[in-house]
Design a binder for this molecule. Sequence first.
Ligand SMILES: C[S@@+](CC[C@H](N)C(=O)[O-])C[C@H]1O[C@@H](n2cnc3c(N)ncnc32)[C@H](O)[C@@H]1O
Length: 297
Amino acid sequence: MSSTGAIAPANEEAVRAWDTVLYDRWKQFRGVFVEALADITDEVFTRFPPSEGGRCIDVGCGFGDTTRRMAQLTGPDGFALGTDSSPRFIADAVREAEEAGAWNVAFEVADAQTAAWTSTFDYAFSRMGTQFFAAPVPAMRAVRGALVPGGRLVKVCWRRKHESPMWAETAEVVERFLSRPAEYEADTCGPGPFSLGNPDTCRGILEAAGFTDVDLHARDFPYRMGRDLDEAIDAILAVGPAAELVRLNGEHGEAARPAIADALAEHLADWTQPDGSVVGRASVWFVTAVSPSSAAA
Ligand SMILES: C[S@@+](CC[C@H](N)C(=O)[O-])C[C@H]1O[C@@H](n2cnc3c(N)ncnc32)[C@H](O)[C@@H]1O
């Protein structure tokens, strides 16, 4: 595992959160989160695939699932680099790639906002890894800098919260019990999962970073929140807007958890499937863009 650059001071709190409490929760509920995104991940790589023999970079790669996938898709002459600001995510990604015998992948710890990648990749990808930068334009400029002229960016990010009822409605349930504290001690994940939900914001950041041909494709999909009601409630109170409200309220949030869980169980009953699993509606952007031949550095 290599490490490049420093963490931008404005990202320190978020990077710490991603390497501690959020890492723990993602690891615990990885089966839910990664499985829930499996179909749209297949779809995005089918619609906008990396080229055979290509060089790919995966930004905010987490456990490296999509990095390994790109390494497979590009074939024996291809290569994929997974990058993430969290040493713990990257340590797992390295170990899992070794265990899988994936030889055309590498991983590095890097804050995208301070990274100084050179133009050696023809495909930059991110699944839910670009919403958390304090300064998204420099970060996306660094991603563009990693691309050769004509290289393509493909990324997946959440649309606005209200466009995903599984996030919005569950957060509303929690808001019946808790409000966002004016002052709180806990680190937050950064600007947040929905920071690119507004299409003008999402497009504007990429254009300011020097990308052209920016296209946003809305994709609504069924999100499997858990194999059963208990898992769905635990997962929704682990990561996302409902979970953050509980976490930021500290002891008060923990004390409210049983009543919140009961209210969520009532709300999610309508979303429970014949096999017991809980499926909500969610919505993402598939974002594509190009690093032009004549972009200013
Ligand atoms: C929602 S997770 C997505 C992980 C992975 N892409 C996936 O789909 O499973 C967001 C990831 O972004 C990473 N991240 C947050 N801030 C970052 C930054 N400034 N630079 C690089 N990665 C960052 C986190 O450590 C985390 O692994």
